[in-house]
Design a protein around this ligand. Structure first.
Ligand code: ATP
Length: 219
């Protein structure tokens, strides 16, 4: 019988990435290295259910994420949400990804603390842990409060050391991270007012933004 390989450790990090920036990339890289992930997939969302439409097309956002993570293993891009003609629900993404993995592969849904506090409003949120572990990025300046339902879930499912999350899914753990003070909103604002975003995005992304005339003010 062929030797069974070790379970793979795969993380997913969703976002609008409008555009991808160094805050996303440092955060993703740090969590991937800390957790010794085999892959951390950046998953651009098509029509995020919780916010307004992205400013640029899915194709441009995908192209920028691809440029940002080229040769940056273990970071990579997963474009499955962009093929869907409906809101990007994480539960659908997890179910379709799970169907491609071995049963004992470990899946980690990486969420910022603020996103985690909003979890009870997500489509079929109680089923998420059937497919993955949830890794929450805690930040020193966070000000969201978890609901009672979420506090109960934390009490029932969380473990203190993220490196001991075991099995394919079902548990929650927390990783402390000081985020870089940069956001896509800030970058769109700078570009719309004709200012430079150099060093806030990778150079390849900057070149793409300029070559395609993205985020310019509409006159
Ligand atoms: P926007 O300003 O348009 O709301 P954003 O910069 O927050 O965008 P998103 O695409 O909405 O980016 O975020 C995707 C994920 O990246 C989220 O989990 C978010 O918490 C995280 N994230 C965003 N900015 C940072 C940052 N500076 N450092 C670490 N994580 C970040």
């Amino acid at each position: 019988m062929p030797k069974r390989s070790d379970p793979r450790r795969i993380g997913i990090f969703g976002g609008t990435f409008d555009p991808v920036h160094i805050g996303h990339l440092r955060s993703a890289l740090e969590v991937a290295e800390f957790m010794a992930l085999d892959e951390l997939r950046l998953v651009p969302s098509a029509r995020p259910p919780h916010r307004g439409a992205p400013q640029v097309s899915a194709q441009d956002r995908l192209a920028m994420v691809q440029l940002a993570v080229a040769d940056l293993s273990p970071l990579c891009v997963d474009d499955r949400e962009l093929g869907r003609d409906k809101p990007s629900y994480s539960i659908d993404t997890l179910e379709s990804l799970r169907a491609e993995l071995a049963v004992d592969d470990q899946l980690f849904l990486v969420l910022g603390w603020d996103a985690f506090c909003g979890l009870p409003s997500w489509h079929r949120w109680e089923a998420l842990l059937d497919h993955c572990h949830i890794l929450v990025l805690q930040r020193p300046d966070a000000d969201s409060e978890p609901s009672e339902a979420l506090r109960n879930l934390i009490a029932a499912r969380s473990i203190s050391d993220p490196l001991t999350l075991n099995g394919p899914g079902g548990q929650i753990s927390f990783v402390w991270q000081a985020p870089l003070a940069v956001s896509a909103t800030q970058i769109r604002g700078l570009l719309a007012s004709g200012k430079s975003v150099r060093y806030l995005v990778p150079d390849a992304v900057l070149t793409y933004i300029h070559a395609h005339g993205l985020y310019r003010a509409v006159n």
